[in-house]
Design a protein around this ligand. Sequence first.
Ligand code: BGC
Length: 760
Amino acid sequence: MLKRTVLLSFLFAVTASYGQSARNNAMDQYINALMQKMTLEEKIGQLNLLIPGGSPTTGSVVSSNVEAKIKQGNVGGLFGVIGADKIRQAQDIAVKQSRLKIPLIFGSDVIHGHKTTFPIPLGLSCSWDTALIRRTATIAAREGAADGLSWAFSPMVDIARDPRWGRIAEGAGEDAFLGSQVARAMVLGYQGNDLRNPSSLMACVKHFALYGAAEAGRDYNTVDMSRVRMYNEYLPPYKAAVEAGTGSVMSSFNTIDQIPATGNKWLLTDLLRKEWGFNGFVVSDYTSLNEMGSHGMGDLATISALALNAGLDMDMVGEGFLTTLKKSLQEGKVTQQAIDQACRRILEAKYKLGLFSDPYRGISASRAAEILTPENRMAAREAAAHSFVLLKNENQLLPLKKSGTIAVIGPLADSKRNMLGTWSVSGDWQQSVSVIEGIRTVVGNKATILYAKGANISDDRNFVRRVNMLGMEVDTTEKRSADEMLNEAVQVAQEADVVIAAVGEAADMSGESASRAMINIPESQQNLLKAIAKTGKKIVLVLFNGRPLTLNWEAQNIPAILDVWFGGTEAGNAIADVVFGNYNPSGKLTATFPYSVGQIPVYYNHLNTGRPFAVGDWPKFKSDYLDIPNEPLYPFGYGLSYTNFTYSKPALDRTSIGANDKLRVSVNVTNSGNYDGEETVQLYTRQMVGSIARPVKELKGFQKIWLRKGESREVVFTLSVNDLKFYNKDLHWVYEPGEFKVFVGTDSGHTGEAGFTVTK
Ligand code: BGC
């Protein structure tokens, strides 16, 4: 039997790899034949990605004469074209009116859903549920593809430890281990098993690399870090996406070793292709090629040649390749081979997507029915509920009963516009469910619901002008004064048994070009919270945010805080589901909440320093502050449930392991509270002595379990030396014998521990 299975799987492997290589041969033949017909201009044209006017843009440059350029074979792909009809029209021009009829590739920022919008990625990552995350990407792909797209500019996997940086909203937080699993789930979700499937999208992992480490949390700012940190703490999610088969990679805006990523040969060729074996194509970020001029790398011809020679294949918007490469070839600054190679990679992507057999990838009027379906909305509601993190729940204030009089107060309570969050280019906010709508649906006529706006999101006009650059998320039509709104809210609160305060950030207070130096709830809303708190009514704070915020006053004075990020199309329903106990929250933070901006960067997997600070005492000459604690407000992995989970001490089946052994680590987890619920059991390790300083804790495993009230379960993890490997000073991937600790618990700050040894 065993023999037969082995034989069968051998035959399967041979057939599969034969199928793959036959397909590759067919692709090579097709592309060789095509490239023989292509002029130099047409080859360079494939390297050009444009955004026609009228699309939402993230830079000041918009492409012109796009139609004429497509006809001339000067365009490889478009983005920012929204809707199947428009995409069909543009594709028609390419395949009917250009000489070689090469189809265009159509990209878009499908970041957390297409029309059905899921929670922002930071929120989604707090579910710690990779199957769910993968499902959201699959749905996004299906909707995007039905709408004519073939390429998603996602996943964004930049590790971020600085919540001032607005783009922390777009990633999976601060941890490389979790970030790698999310990266993989998303690539597999978008791409499925075969890109020829017309319901898939090609993924584009971004922003390669290290974009999340911008100094001072200021977007597009300088990045500088050691190789050891890079390899161990920042690169793994990009690598995981490459290993999962991402078809494309987007280079980042920042410098690495003081060379812009878009022109960094070490990054784009040595690391990405030679070390990691990536065989897809690399696209620049929005004009990041041209921006190398501002980085001080030379004129457009010089930087375009630099980028091509570094390994960039496609130029987003900047037209540096289009306008300079021909001359650079004549001058010997680039080779024909380099141009051919980049062109080939773009054509290969199109081939893999099946665009040469069907340039429209099966778009039809009937496929519109696949978009924003009730099932997709249900999935969005479920995903949103799983993304929420319960930060505080004094005296079990939550879940609320569906009875009595409930006041819903705050500028985000009745704001469909702010539910989707940053980067929802195809999402329609008018289709989203606001907090008050969700509450009315879920509570029905069982309770009386009162409403007051209470405050503007912000009263700082200059700030509001900047936030509202892409649309009026902060309502500026309010005629009443701050006092009038506040008084009304206080009165409404006084009439109620309990207050739900929907406050926080507007959607575009995070995301690209949305750095904040002060990451608190804006003053107008803090005043509102303080005024309601004075009434003595119990407050449930429903917090909207695209980043960790500093919440010290709130954490001390408000009894219940539910972090709902930006939940997407179904945000309001999901919030009501959780607030009223239809779903018991289970989200866990994937980015540390600082106590103060002064602590940033603050993250759980830091090094110990030579003068570590011990909690509780304050001897001088330790690594600490005079004025604030070292501990964050809420650590990585933190999140409460309506029930309680108690943990036994971790038990190990042995005290030492060698190269071929497995260590069994088990804990008993008991649901000791009053509700059924889900818990994410987290396992961390620490190498006590190493050839380089090692972090005080590193996440190495997690399991999400569901326990009925009163139920206990043994949760088992298996560790081997492979889990203990890291990049040493020579950037070799090694484990080192010696003493280790293993920690298991409910968050990075609350764990039980045990010790073991790794032998030679
Ligand atoms: C962003 C990318 C995005 C691109 C295209 C850029 O400004 O950095 O994340 O994919 O615009 O919209």
